[in-house]
Write a protein that binds this ligand. Sequence first.
Ligand code: ADP
Ligand code: MG
Length: 357
Amino acid sequence: MSELKIKNLRKAYSRQIVPVKDLDLQVKNGEFLTLVGPSGCGKSTILRLIAGLEQPSSGKVEIGDRDVTALSPGDRNIAMVFQSYALYPHMSVYDNMASGLKLRKLAAGEVQTRIQEASRVLGLDELLDRKPAKLSGGQRQRVALGRALVRDPDVFLLDEPLSNLDALLREQVRADLKQIFQKQKSPVVYVTHDQTEAMTLSSKVAVLNKGLLQQLDTPEVIYTKPANRFVASFIGSPQMNLMTLPCSGNHGLLGNFKIPLPKATRSPQAIGLGIRPEHVRLAQPEENETTVHGQVFLVENLGMSYLLSIRLDGEETTLRALLPSDAHWNNEDLTLALPGDRLHWFDAKTEDRIGNT
Ligand code: ADP
Ligand code: MG
């Protein structure tokens, strides 16, 4: 058992710079937790605190039932993979992978078995004798992963391991990572600012902003029920349409259009409304849902879909709609449906999610 627990963890570099604020997290065996958030929100600091490369200002890190907060990095049995895969240039792939094991005085046969297994999984069989200079970026990153895997650590920490790879390769290695870690039992904490990686790889996602945990849940819940406006804006591509509507009675006013407020909302002055571009659709002739009308001023062809930017009547608001590539519209005047069960409502002041719709 090597469950990872972070309790009330705080790191202050100065009074102004507090990149980790009273964080509680648990990552169970077999769980893949991704920390996601904008640059500077404290993701790498959290990993360094778990690894022991930094000391927290307060709080604890536990692995299994051991309090490791005071232990040096070498005594924590953690494997860490960074964005810049620091391989030893003078060593072969094999020796690079073995380098982490030699310190632990494993029998030579055991070292060989583990490296063979990892290199088979990572597709490095043919490359074991090569030096890093003779490898592509993707292959080097696989070696760095291999080095972590063969160590059989209690916890894996990965800090933006794919961000130096080009888009195609990133997609490929991302799929490999998913397969490899599905078979791993140790908890994984993975850091990225890329929400696609967060959504595709993780069993749980922690969304962070300015050192504070915004939401911790499965990728599905984070996408369908973002806890606040920040999470709604950060997760999803293209980004969710987000606006603030003045209210009149039990309606929000979006340009010339009235949108019924969720039940139990007591006529606020204003309310936040969100709808994802993929949930806006062309209105049917007899439409049951709320409709809005506007002018298309930009069409972006994304191959499998069109991203339309629409200026709504009576308002400067732009609504973006993602329509399937076989959608037809005759002119730039469009009537769009905003399905009620796809609307996200946020308190205008606190920005927290309202209701469970
Ligand atoms: P992320 O990985 O999410 O991009 P970091 O954890 O690297 O963010 O950094 C969080 C904040 O802490 C940033 O504002 C960064 O400038 C600051 N920071 C990181 N390391 C140090 C340090 N050693 N001294 C002072 N400030 C630091
Ligand atoms: Mg970072």
